[in-house]
Write a protein that binds this ligand. Structure first.
Ligand code: HEC
Length: 149
């Protein structure tokens, strides 16, 4: 079969256009619409920042259940709700504990749920696979550093 030079040239241009669009998420932005860098890019390494935890854990793993009106225990973990629903907010299961107590990971119910020693209910993510120790360690570090946005 013969393919004209013009067709090949057009294919080349199309390939460059696709490769140049940054994976469809907008130039320099991650899937949450935040600037790349500081570990926000889910394809890069996770860091102990809120936006990195959101893009590496909450959005890809937790929102499978924790989103919308039927979110378990009313806890929505999508990017527009998670911070307000976690930081300084009481747990529904153990109301004497904050889901995230800034500066105090050991007494944050989120950590109890992720490490599997909560007083009520199952380890998260419900049914597994569970987060590895390094990932939980970064979430602990974010909380101990003050749980900044
Ligand atoms: C397959 C569904 C599912 C997934 C995925 C899931 N959860 Fe849950 N989550 C639940 C259910 C159901 C409950 C309530 C029952 C229980 O605690 O066992 C719950 C409860 C919780 C609670 C307690 C809320 C409170 O106010 O007391 C926290 C915190 C939590 N989940 C965090 C997470 C995090 C963080 C992730 C992601 C790493 C996650 N969950 C992934 C289903 C899920």
């Amino acid at each position: 079969m013969r393919i004209s030079k013009r067709v090949l040239g057009a294919l080349g241009a199309a390939t460059v256009a696709i490769a140049g669009c940054g994976g469809g998420s907008g130039a320099g932005l991650d899937s949450n619409g935040r600037p790349l860098g500081e570990g926000n890019d889910p394809s890069g390494p996770m860091t102990a920042s809120f936006s990195s935890i959101q893009s590496h854990v909450f959005t890809p793993i937790c929102t499978a259940c924790h989103a919308g009106g039927a979110a378990p225990q009313g806890l929505r973990l999508d990017a527009s709700n998670s911070f307000a629903m976690l930081v300084g907010a009481a747990s529904a299961e153990v109301p004497s504990l904050k889901r995230v107590a800034p500066g105090d990971a050991a007494n944050s119910y989120l950590i109890h749920k992720l490490e599997g020693h909560s007083a009520v209910g199952a380890r998260m993510p419900f049914g597994g696979p569970y987060l590895d120790a390094n990932t939980i360690g970064l979430i602990r570090q974010w909380i101990d550093n003050g749980a900044q946005k």
